[in-house]
Design a protein around this ligand. Structure first.
Ligand code: ZN
Length: 302
């Protein structure tokens, strides 16, 4: 039984875009403040991490330095596209290809590592995007989120925003994603069927009720609820826990304005890390070995 913990390094501006806000607060907080906090925690726990990096960020020299340090720690660096367009799947194939290839190149140049994994912005993929990821030499994708409660909440949140006449840049994909397998599989056509395409490592859901086993759910529920959710994935051969950099930030990190729209920012970051830690510790005690996602992918493949 393997557990992989990955962190999407979405910038503060990505959240402002989701809530239909204009760009305001310091966008480098994730790489400069959240990353060191998560590294400290992971080091204490002897945990290797997989970071999904936005290519644009990797091109800034100061951020490249951060990525190199992560690689030296033994962590994996994956591609979270070049620009993090929430509507990537609605763009042309040429644009999708450029977003993957430029993203991979930027991270490889900055950190001097080979990139093997892709995570799409907003958990949204299409057959074309997955084909292009494979053609670009990537060995796995981890974006499919077959989680009915998450889908319903996202639909409700977007409907509320549009009723308030605020324009979110986030989009709702097709509900067909809810038909996808919940364990690693090779994608078929359409991608929610099994086939012979790229290996997909779905974002984790619980065995019963397919509740979201992701950072935001753990941090919102607190340590007690996080442990309950972790019990809900016990028995899964591979557990894919996805966090976001913002899970290690709160309103006191210069994010007071965003915290008005994003309730999890009102929880102190140390409490949020406690909740994530409670879930990971429970799984470790139950015999899960912690590996990078490329290692989990290799094991799931064989
Ligand atoms: Zn993202």
């Amino acid at each position: 039984m393997l557990l992989s913990v990955s962190v999407d390094l979405d910038r503060v501006s990505e959240y402002e875009a989701i809530h239909g806000l204009s760009r305001g607060e310091a966008s480098d907080r994730v790489l400069q403040v959240a990353v060191p906090r998560l590294v400290d925690w992971a080091t204490q726990r002897g945990l290797p991490l997989t970071w999904f990096v936005i290519g644009e960020d990797a091109e800034a020299p100061v951020q490249a330095e951060t990525l190199r340090r992560l690689a030296l720690r033994g962590d994996e660096l994956g591609c979270h596209s070049f620009s993090h367009h929430y509507d990537l799947t609605r763009r042309s194939a040429a644009e999708m290809r450029a977003e993957i290839e430029r993203g991979v190149t930027a991270v490889e140049r900055a950190a001097r590592v080979k990139v093997r994994g892709f995570r799409a912005p907003g958990y949204l993929v299409t057959d074309t995007l997955l084909d292009l990821a494979r053609e670009s030499g990537l060995t796995y994708d981890s974006s499919v989120f077959p989680c009915p409660p998450y889908y319903a909440l996202k639909a409700a949140a977007l409907a509320k925003l549009s009723a308030q006449r605020r324009v979110s840049r986030a989009i709702l994909g097709s509900p067909d994603v809810l038909r996808a397998p919940t364990r690693p599989y090779r994608v078929g056509r359409p991608y929610w069927y099994r086939g012979t395409g790229i290996l997909e490592i779905p974002i984790q859901v619980t065995r019963r009720g397919r509740l979201p086993f992701i950072g935001t759910a753990l941090t919102t529920l607190g340590a007690l609820g996080a442990r309950l959710l972790a019990k809900g994935v016990l028995g899964e051969p591979f557990v894919n826990l996805e966090l976001h950099g913002i899970d290690a930030l709160d309103q006191h990190d210069g994010l007071a304005e965003l915290a008005k729209h994003q309730p999890d920012l009102r929880i102190p970051w140390s409490k949020k890390l406690d909740a994530i830690d409670a879930a990971v510790t429970l799984l470790k005690h139950q015999g899960y070995g912690c590996v990078r996602m490329d290692e989990l992918a290799a094991r799931a493949q064989s």
